[in-house]
Design a protein around this ligand. Structure first.
Ligand SMILES: [Zn+2]
Length: 130
């Protein structure tokens, strides 16, 4: 897995070793770091035990380097947007859910949307609103 991930705002590298790192804020203001798998479709999330998340809870994801809000405003406010740089050095937009426990990821390359995860139908529905 040679993919790299960068922040769309500062172009800082979000992947360190085997984790893509985000700063997250819950609606009650609590904040913590989330370490996600760089493997698309792997929804393992690591975090400190003091940062508790419940399924269905909404979080805002921020770049841990420049602190920009990663919300994918052009797509859906429940999704966060980062840039994937793949093995061929091509850049794709990757959208991930900001809802805890929601398993969906989208890789957008040009006009093509690849969907991953059990909940992928929640956005970019069958009608294809993209
Ligand atoms: Zn950034």
């Amino acid at each position: 897995m040679k993919n790299d991930y960068v922040c769309p705002f500062c172009r800082g590298y979000l992947k360190v070793k085997n984790s893509v790192i985000f700063s997250a804020r819950k609606e009650n203001g609590e904040q913590g770091l989330l370490l996600m798998s760089p493997e698309i479709g792997n929804y393992t999330v690591r975090k400190h035990r003091s940062f508790r998340l419940a399924d269905g809870e909404r979080t805002d994801l921020y770049c841990p380097i420049c602190h920009a809000n990663l919300m994918a405003q052009n797509y859906n406010e429940n999704l966060a947007r980062i840039i994937q740089i793949d093995e061929e050095n091509e850049e794709n937009i990757v959208l991930i859910s900001e809802i805890v426990g929601e398993r969906c990821t989208y890789v957008i390359h040009g006009k093509k949307v690849e969907k991953y995860g059990d909940d992928a139908v929640n956005y970019f529905g069958a009608g294809g609103d993209f």
